[in-house]
Design a binder for this molecule. Structure first.
Ligand code: HEC
Ligand code: HEC
Length: 336
């Protein structure tokens, strides 16, 4: 004790003990730390010890100590994702069971379809149809009520499932406008006449007196209809509405008639799952041009199959009639 006292250096002015450090006559006083400061300091130490034990804190090979609470941010993420998936699964289960009619009536399922459809449209369709589905040359605008292949949800769904002119797909939407010029069916002169007539259809004064009218009736009416209003069974556009897939100038239409176009869309069945395709069908239907389902459910007028060269367009066979051939066909087969 005596030796300690001897070492103590007391500042003469303040009477406070110094640390013994001195710089050019300035001494550092050894004041006690403020009490509040000490308590905060002690509290943070205790808190950090508690944290080390409860939460993952120490890096160890392959990760970090687990902590007694078992908490990790990954787990938190997993849990919140699991919650989202559980909620999605709940909708998905109902969505899977619901008919398009039921989906349209049920606000929750409708929202589910629209949200999913919107996201999937951006990912899969916008490259060709545009982010706003506004289309472009050769790619139809999906917002309007001008449909090549039909605008009910079922029509759209079928178009999406099987695509358009997909080689090797038995169920695909298929038809082929002949290349009238290239194949020599019509002369340049005749094509000019018929283009003139086609243009007059959209200009509101169909020129039935010119030569083009008769050429149209002879060569085009099978698909585009005698009035030029189109035929969805063969994806032939309405030529009277001034909406052009490939342009409405004389030279555009001339090119179409001379060479034909034959736009293609991939089949989405197999690429996208069933529910996604259904969501997309609802989404596209709701873009603005969707048609009521009743229109399609009405029995279709019997129309002869159109056969052009080697391609035949058959009216669609309902899915459930596949498999067993009809009785009379079987009997015939047995006789042979
Ligand atoms: C590779 C380009 C391409 C992609 C990708 C594409 N489409 Fe298409 N789509 C087309 C073309 C071309 C047509 C018109 C074909 C024709 O001339 O009949 C078309 C036609 C359609 C039609 C028929 C329109 C009508 O008037 O009947 C619908 C509906 C449609 N697409 C929806 C979609 C949806 C939904 C997606 C995304 C899953 C998609 N398309 C992706 C190229 C594409
Ligand atoms: C076998 C059926 C078929 C016949 C016959 C046919 N077309 Fe087409 N036409 C189509 C289809 C299908 C399309 C859709 C475009 C495609 O092929 O992608 C089309 C598209 C067009 C277009 C483009 C419309 C647009 O919006 O850009 C014009 C114009 C046209 N046809 C005019 C004619 C004329 C004129 C004739 C007769 C000389 C004719 N078509 C005969 C099936 C036919």
């Amino acid at each position: 004790m005596m030796s300690d006292d001897k070492k103590k250096d007391i500042d003469e002015l303040s009477g406070v003990e110094t640390t013994g450090h001195e710089w050019d006559g300035l001494k550092e006083l050894n004041n006690p730390l403020p009490r509040w400061w000490v308590w905060v300091w002690v509290a943070t130490i205790i808190w950090s010890l508690w944290y080390f034990v409860v939460y993952p804190a120490w890096p160890v090979p392959g990760g970090a100590t687990e902590g007694s609470s078992g908490y990790t941010q990954f787990k938190e993420l997993e849990e919140s994702q699991a919650e989202i998936h559980a909620r999605q699964a709940e909708y998905l289960g109902r969505f899977e069971q619901a008919s398009f009619d039921e989906i349209m009536q049920d606000p929750a399922l409708y929202e589910f379809a629209m949200a999913g459809g919107k996201a999937m449209f951006k990912d899969n369709c916008a490259t060709c149809h545009g982010t706003g589905a506004e289309g472009g040359e050769g790619y139809p605008n999906l917002n309007d009520d001008d449909w090549l292949w039909g605008g009910t949800i079922n029509d759209i769904y079928t178009t999406l499932e099987h695509g358009i002119r997909v080689a090797g797909n038995y169920d695909t939407r298929v038809s082929q406008m002949p290349a009238f010029g290239k194949e020599g069916t019509l002369s340049r002169e005749q094509i000019n006449e018929v283009v003139h007539y086609v243009m007059s259809l959209s200009e509101g004064h169909a020129d039935t007196a010119g030569k083009g009218y008769q050429i149209f009736q002879d060569n085009c009416a099978t698909c585009h209809g005698p009035d030029g209003k189109g035929d969805r069974d063969v994806g032939a556009p309405n030529l009277t509405d001034a909406i052009w897939l490939y342009g409405g100038e004389h030279e555009d239409i001339y090119y179409t008639v001379y060479n034909s176009r034959a736009g293609m869309m991939p089949a989405w069945k197999g690429r996208l799952d069933e529910n996604t395709i259904r969501q997309l069908a609802v989404y596209v239907h709701e873009l603005g041009g969707g048609e009521e389902m009743q229109a399609e459910e009405a029995p279709a007028e019997a129309e002869p199959d159109v056969v052009i060269e080697d391609i035949s367009y058959e009216t669609e066979v309902p899915a459930d009639s596949e498999g067993e051939p009809a009785e009379d066909v079987k009997e015939q087969e047995d006789e042979h």
